[in-house]
Write a protein that binds this ligand. Structure first.
Ligand SMILES: Nc1ncnc2c1ncn2[C@@H]1O[C@H](COP(=O)(O)OP(=O)(O)O)[C@@H](O)[C@H]1O
Ligand SMILES: [Mg+2]
Length: 281
């Protein structure tokens, strides 16, 4: 049985993508690897009114399995956790405890075998792939440990691509990309390619790209794991500011204990279940 989620293969650079028949397909596949999947029909009728609820972002009774027969594993078993609007929530837990699996559900990249997933008050796991793509595109920015920038594009073009993929009609994208990079102290690095930037600078470009189009929700998977202490703190502060100054809802998955003092709430996963929930701020 094929699993009901999008391909998990991740390409670090648009030039590494296997050949595809059309340039449009190539861009679509590159965009997917950056969590920015696009579809030809960008604004489907979501049919979500009846699915509305007071649950902003989270999962209820979510069980996920991978594999079959003796090889079947259950990374999450009946997990229920809701993330508050306008807060920074931290998900901690040992490697293999299901953190990325949980984030993939919140990002509409993976549907649970059982249970419900809510994004922006909408029950998303009953929606079609096209509808989920539209939600991902309008509502969610992704940040990853490995940055996932396109190595052959300059910093400003990476961010401008974020704007283009969310809204192809956006004609001010270079200007807006420059403003975002400026905000993150990279105004003088706009024309550098990722391999000319430090890891901390690359991650700031990746955060700028994730924010292109002003999504209300930001999901970050181990965003500081490849960074030194100072660059890591910088990213913690930037994501905290997204909550305090822009009212975004941020979920960070991390092993890194430095995140605790930037988070409103910490959820600890263990063996596919919520072990502990604490309020920090
Ligand atoms: N696509 C997949 N196919 C098979 N097993 C997977 C897949 N994704 C994750 N897993 C397994 O699920 C478990 C939880 O993984 P993950 O959510 O990545 O944990 P964490 O992010 O906490 O390290 C691990 O045992 C991992 O090997
Ligand atoms: Mg992980």
């Amino acid at each position: 049985m094929p699993k009901k989620h999008l391909p998990s293969t991740v390409y670090e650079d648009v030039t590494e993508l296997p050949p595809s028949r059309t340039a449009r397909n190539r861009v679509k596949r590159a965009a997917h690897s950056a969590g920015l999947a696009v579809e030809d029909q960008l604004e489907p009728s979501l049919g979500v009114d009846e699915a509305r609820s007071s649950r902003f972002l989270g999962v209820e009774g979510a069980t996920v399995s991978f594999g079959q027969g003796d090889a079947r594993i259950w990374p999450l078993r009946g997990v229920s956790v809701m993330f508050e609007r306008g807060k920074l929530s931290l998900v901690m837990g040992p490697s293999g405890s299901g953190k990325t699996t949980l984030l993939s559900m919140l990002g509409c990249l993976l549907s649970p075998d059982e249970g419900s997933v809510f994004v922006d008050d909408v029950l998303v796991n009953q929606l079609s792939e096209t509808e989920k793509t539209a939600i991902r595109q309008k509502k969610i920015g992704f940040v990853f440990q490995a940055f996932r920038l396109f190595h052959s594009l300059s910093a400003i073009d990476n961010v401008a691509l974020g704007f283009e993929l969310r809204d192809p009609k956006q004609s001010q994208r270079l200007e807006m990309a420059r403003q975002l990079l400026d905000q993150f102290g990279l105004g003088d690095k706009c024309n550098q390619e990722p391999n000319e930037l430090s890891p901390g600078e690359r991650q700031r470009v990746a955060v700028a790209r994730a924010l292109a189009g002003d999504p209300p929700i930001l999901l970050a998977d181990e965003p500081t794991a490849s960074l030194d202490a100072q660059a890591g703190r910088n990213i913690c502060q930037i994501l905290r500011n997204q909550v305090d100054e822009h009212g975004r809802t941020v979920v960070v998955v991390s092993h890194d204990p430095r995140w605790r003092k930037f988070a409103d709430r910490t959820i600890t996963l263990c063996d596919g279940q919520v072990e502990q929930e604490e309020r920090n701020l």
